[in-house]
Design a binder for this molecule. Structure first.
Ligand code: GUN
Length: 297
C-alpha cells in the first residue's frame, strides 16, 4: 500500500481564504478589525522566526497584529503589567505569549495572567477545564488543526482506536480530549509506556507528538492506518546540510499507512491557520457577533 499524503498546506490555504473572506465581511458589516497581540520575551531566534510568520499570515487575512518585545532582564516586572494592559484593551481580541519563556519565569503563572477570553492558544486553565468537560472553549491550535485534517479523512471518527503518542499540555492532552469528544477510543502513550510499538499497532489513527525525530517506524503501525505527524525536528544530513523531519519515519510509514501527513507541509500550516481562526473567534465573541462557521461542525 502506498499512503495518501495529506496536503496540510493546501487545506490551510483554503482555511486562510475562508478566514480572509470572513474578516472582510466583519469589517464591512460591523466595522471591526480583529487584532492579535503577540508577546515575545527575550531573544530566542526560533521564536523570532515563528513570530514573523504569525505577523505575515495575520496581515495576509486582514487581521491586525502587534508584537510586544519584552527585555529578558526586566521581564519579571514588565510582562505582567503589559498583559494587564492588553487584557483591558478592547481593540485587542487575541493575546499570545510566545513560548518557551526564559527559565526563571513561571510559564503557568504567565499563561494564567492572560484573559481566558483572549487566550487564542487555548492554554489558560479555564479553557483547558472547559475543553476537558466538553464545554465551549478556545482550543489549542495544533490539536485543532490535526482534528480538522482527520475530519476531512473520515466521515465519522466515532469508535475508532486512536493512539496519541506524547502527553504535553500543548498537544497530547488536548488532542486526546478533542478525540474523546469525537467518540474515539483514545490511548495516550508516552516515554514511560511499555511496548509502545504494540500499542501503536492497534491504532486506526496515530497522532505523533513526541519531539523525537523519525521515532515511529513503519512496522509500528497497522496496515491502512492514518498517521498524523506533529513533530518538527531539524536533523543533520551526511552532506553537511540540515533538513526538517517529523516524529514519524516517513519513508518506512508511507508504504504501510493509508494516509500520512508530511513534514513540512502537514500539520505545521494548520497550526497557524487555526491561530487565525481563533483570533476571529475571540473577536466575534467579544463583540457579540455570530461566529463564522465552516470548519468545526
Ligand atoms: N511556541 C511553540 N509553539 C507555540 C504555540 O503554539 N504557542 C505559543 N504561544 N508558543 C509556542
Amino acid at each position: 500500500m502506498v499512503a495518501n499524503v495529506i496536503d496540510g498546506k493546501k487545506f490551510a490555504q483554503n482555511m486562510r481564504n475562508k478566514i480572509a473572506a470572513d474578516v472582510k465581511e466583519l469589517k464591512a458589516k460591523h466595522h471591526v478589525t480583529p487584532e492579535l497581540a503577540v508577546v515575545l520575551v527575550g531573544e530566542n531566534p526560533a521564536s523570532e522566526v515563528y513570530v514573523k510568520s504569525k505577523e505575515r499570515y495575520c496581515s495576509e487575512v486582514g487581521i491586525n497584529s502587534c508584537t510586544h518585545r519584552v527585555d529578558e532582564e526586566s521581564a519579571g516586572e514588565t510582562l505582567f503589567a503589559l498583559l494587564e494592559v492588553l487584557n483591558a484593551d478592547l481593540d485587542v481580541h487575541g493575546i499570545l505569549v510566545q513560548l518557551p519563556l526564559p527559565s526563571y519565569l513561571d510559564e503557568a503563572l504567565v499563561i494564567r495572567a492572560i484573559s481566558p477570553q483572549k487566550d487564542v492558544d487555548g492554554f489558560h486553565i479555564s479553557n483547558v477545564g472547559l475543553l476537558g468537560t466538553g464545554q465551549k472553549s478556545l482550543v489549542p491550535c495544533t490539536p485543532l488543526g490535526c482534528l480538522l485534517l482527520l475530519q476531512d479523512q473520515y466521515d465519522d471518527l466515532s469508535g475508532l482506536n486512536v493512539v496519541v503518542v506524547g502527553r504535553s499540555n500543548i498537544v497530547g492532552k488536548p488532542m486526546a480530549q478533542l478525540l474523546l469528544q469525537e467518540n474515539c477510543t483514545v490511548t495516550i502513550a508516552h516515554s514511560r509506556s511499555r511496548d509502545i510499538q504494540e500499542i501503536t499497532r492497534q491504532a486506526d489513527i496515530v497522532v505523533a507528538a513526541v519531539g523525537r525525530p523519525q521515532f515511529i517506524k513503519g512496522d509500528w503501525i497497522k496496515e491502512g492506518a492514518t498517521i498524523i505527524d506533529v513533530g518538527i525536528n531539524r536533523i543533520a544530513c551526511s552532506d553537511g546540510t540540515t533538513r526538517l523531519v517529523g516524529d514519524v519515519d516517513f519513508e518506512s510509514v508511507k508504504n504501510i499507512a493509508g494516509a500520512v501527513t508530511p513534514v513540512p507541509g502537514g500539520v505545521g500550516p494548520m497550526t497557524i491557520a487555526c491561530l487565525l481562526s481563533n483570533v476571529l473567534t475571540t473577536c466575534c465573541r467579544m463583540k457579540g457577533i455570530e461566529e463564522p462557521t465552516g470548519f468545526f461542525e
